[in-house]
Design a protein around this ligand. Structure first.
Ligand code: ATP
Length: 142
């Protein structure tokens, strides 16, 4: 299939991915959205979860947290606050972060501490989900 859609994922400190793809699915703050070639210009804020793209019949996954997605002229630019390809996610680190976040949630003395711990828990769990989804898709080992 013609790959006439370019996907770029960048964070403030690095280029995570630049790739010709067939399809992109992304976690918008109001739900997942999908981009095929020839999509109209589009802008959305990103939530926390798995971005994925299709290439030669396979699905590849990237964890993203916060930022924006822009679509213009068959280019999808993901300006993410945080992004990691599934194969770069350190599962043990995510498990430790999950544990710490759960402990912090129990000890939180105000709403801000509670919200921070909740956000850390969400990142940890979404990292683990991203990696296991990629593993099920056969594009990353667990
Ligand atoms: P931790 O407490 O383990 O640092 P965190 O959720 O607080 O987790 P973030 O603030 O989301 O960490 O990310 C800080 C930096 O560390 C980012 O560059 C991010 O890509 C990287 N990072 C965090 N957790 C992981 C992980 N499990 N695997 C790979 N990179 C990670």
């Amino acid at each position: 299939m013609a790959k006439d859609l370019r996907l770029e994922v960048v964070t403030p400190d690095r280029l995570v991915l630049s790739q010709e793809v067939e399809y992109v699915g992304a976690p918008g703050i109001e739900g997942e959205f999908g981009i095929m070639p020839n999509h109209i210009p589009f802008l959305s804020a990103l939530g926390v979860g798995s971005l994925y793209y299709k290439l030669d019949g396979k699905y590849y996954y990237v964890f993203v947290a916060g930022g924006f997605a822009e679509v213009s002229s068959n280019k999808v630019t993901i300006l993410a606050e945080i992004a990691e390809k599934a194969e770069d996610i350190d599962l043990e680190r995510a498990r430790r972060a999950e544990q710490r976040a759960r402990e912090r949630m129990q000890k939180a003395e105000d709403n801000i501490a509670q919200a921070r711990a909740q956000a850390a828990l969400q990142r940890a769990m979404q990292r683990m989900t991203c990696r296991s989804t990629a593993s099920s898709a056969g594009t990353c080992s667990l």
